[in-house]
Design a protein around this ligand. Structure first.
Ligand code: PMP
Length: 407
């Protein structure tokens, strides 16, 4: 029913073609990390086989080639999220480092005693803890947007939290635990109306949703390559140029400086001011191929396919005896979270693994959200472009066995 040739796409992912515990692997842990297509794997190998060199400083041929490939990813990233300028793209290790960068640099500079930072109950720990560092140090206050029973942000409550004291609002574009897609454009508009800046954690959006930072008017946005069919240890932070300009460096070292003397050091221009030391060159280089893979496959076609899978899985899994879906927002990325009466999520995960099915179980780095629902954790199946309905049938069959066996 979708325009994608999924069988052809599956051929691009060598890791999928193996057996686990005697069965064909079913990989449903894509929200944790997605698998990598050959174009990405080959880009890594070609970099190390052909032009590995340290970037920016060298004038020899390999250094120039490596620098060009590294900077090409910046241009691709700029296009991917529709930033105004490549100076607004800072390479990081991923979402976690991007949040720490902004919390540390922007937060510690501009947050004062009594100021308020707003996050939500739906956040990953990495979008909570760095802000806690700031409020502790500055005697500021962390406020939390509550979630509804269906797993949506309570926007009325959010409106009431906003005031002239609000300095930063930081929420995710989509939830890794429940899949909820948040109305970030409205969240951003409301925050700007009280003069706050907005940080968007796009970890679960990068491979699934359209991202246009100019249309959103967000102040910061971040993604991780490894959740977008790219390598681990690479990602980028988008920041509005005027904000990045007035932020102090995050780390000191080589490459981020203009001139160093023992009296006074001056800093490099954007984005290099925030890229101290030798970066993760090969992984950043290969990240471009991952973004190109998504763009060439077609973000809309991928989203339609994943939406189809989610709908099918939701219908089938929710009909199983004792299954409770957690997170039933109408707008979701392809994440299905659930509990089963009387069976611990870990046991379900283990028994599914025995059948070659990889799901995630536990709190998914969202303990406050689990507390909100009074549960320890969930079973989470998350889908990517290479997944099929047949695999969902295998999941359902596995779950039926687990449920019958345990009762
Ligand atoms: N935020 C969200 C919503 C996530 O899903 C993740 C990864 N599970 C992170 C932040 C952290 O990303 P990373 O580990 O790539 O830094």
């Amino acid at each position: 029913s979708t325009a994608l040739d999924v069988e052809k796409i599956r051929k691009e992912f060598p890791i999928l073609h193996q057996t686990v515990n005697g069965r064909d692997l079913v990989y449903f842990d894509n929200a944790a990390t997605s698998q990598k297509p050959l174009v990405v794997i080959n880009a890594l190998a070609e970099y190390y086989k052909g032009y590995n060199a340290n970037i920016h400083r060298g004038i020899h041929t390999l250094a120039e080639k490596a620098t060009k490939a590294f900077e090409q990813t910046r241009l691709t990233a700029k296009e991917y999220i529709n930033a105004r300028s490549e100076q607004e793209i800072v390479f990081t290790r991923g979402v976690t480092e991007s949040i720490n960068l902004v919390a540390s640099s922007y937060g510690r500079t501009f947050i004062k005693e009594g100021d308020e930072i707003i996050v939500s109950e739906l956040e990953h720990h990495s979008n909570i803890v760095p802000w806690q560092f700031v409020v502790e140090e500055k005697n500021a206050v962390l406020k939390v947007i509550p979630v509804t029973d269906r797993g949506e942000l309570d926007l009325d409550a959010y409106r009431k939290l906003l005031s002239s004291k609000t300095k930063i609002v930081s929420v995710n574009h989509a939830s890794n635990s429940l899949g909820t897609v948040n109305p970030i454009k409205e969240i951003i508009r409301l925050a700007h109306a009280v003069g706050a800046v907005v940080f968007i954690d796009g970890a679960q959006a990068g491979a699934h949703l359209d991202i246009d930072v100019q249309d959103l008017d967000c102040d910061f946005y971040t993604v991780s390559a490894h959740k977008m069919y790219g390598p681990t240890g690479a990602g980028f932070l988008y920041g509005k140029k005027e904000l990045l300009e007035k932020m102090p460096p995050y780390q000191g070292g080589g490459e981020m400086i203009k001139e160093v003397t023992f009296k006074k050091t001056t800093y490099n221009d954007l984005p290099h001011k925030f890229e101290a030391g030798t970066p993760n060159i090969a992984d950043v280089v290969a990240f471009r191929y991952a973004m190109d893979f998504i763009t060439e496959t077609g973000r809309a076609a991928m989203a339609a396919h994943e939406h189809d899978l989610l709908q099918y899985a939701t219908e089938r899994v929710s009909r199983l005896k004792g299954v409770n879906l957690v997170g039933t927002a109408p707008e979701k990325v392809s994440v299905l979270s659930f509990t089963v009466d009387g069976i611990h999520p870990f046991d379900i995960g283990q028994m599914l693994d025995a059948r070659g099915i990889a799901v995630r179980t536990g709190h998914h780095c969202t303990q406050p959200l689990m507390d909100r629902y009074g549960i320890e954790g969930t079973v989470r199946a998350s889908f990517a472009v290479y997944n099929t309905k047949k695999e969902i049938d295998q999941l359902v069959e596995g779950l039926e066995r687990v449920i019958n066996f345990m009762k």
